[in-house]
Design a protein around this ligand. Sequence first.
Ligand SMILES: [Cu+2]
Length: 219
Amino acid sequence: MMQMISVAEAASAVAPAIPLAYPAPYWDQMFSIWLSVAVGIYLVVAVPIFYFLYRYRYRPATNEQGAVEKSGHGIEVLWTVIPLIIVIYLAVQSVAFYTEQRTPPANSLPVKAEGMMWSWQFEYPNGKRSLAELYVPVGKPVKLLLTSKDVIHAFHIPEAKVMEDAVPGRVTEMWFQFNETGEYRGYCREYCGTAHAYMLATIKVLTAEEFDEWLSQSG
Ligand SMILES: [Cu+2]
């Protein structure tokens, strides 16, 4: 019984009802689907291989001459159509999840993010700015509008499993949402020179009230 409870707890820890951050679950689900399909195909192929290795092993004077298979259209259609269906499913499912991962929800809070050697500057809708600290409200999607002052950088949030390039002269988009308050880290993930490794941003996830208060304070 104790074992059962701990297994159930482990399962709920792997897939909590409300994940720490979006859009990470789309990526996790896609990974699980691909892994399941890959393991399934591996078993379908590998188990018969080992069986046939044993079943048709060499024995003197037995089946020295192989049988010639002449009619096999049925099985050829089968091994063409089944993989085709699997590949189409993976493609359609991937596009569906990818679209969710990449499309900021309509109610997203837009925040401009500018990379520079070697820090990040953020600008909020009311014009307030912050350096190396990204303040966001909990439970609300945030749309980062990324660009760069100098070279190509990339903003990466491990918990949300998102990353996007920050390119000079261009604005790129990525979205994320934290569902728990606390401090998390954003990284530059495009090698950009000497202090690249120190090009971090602290993501401060506040309650809606704390965020509104912070946003309304000047400077
Ligand atoms: Cu950088």
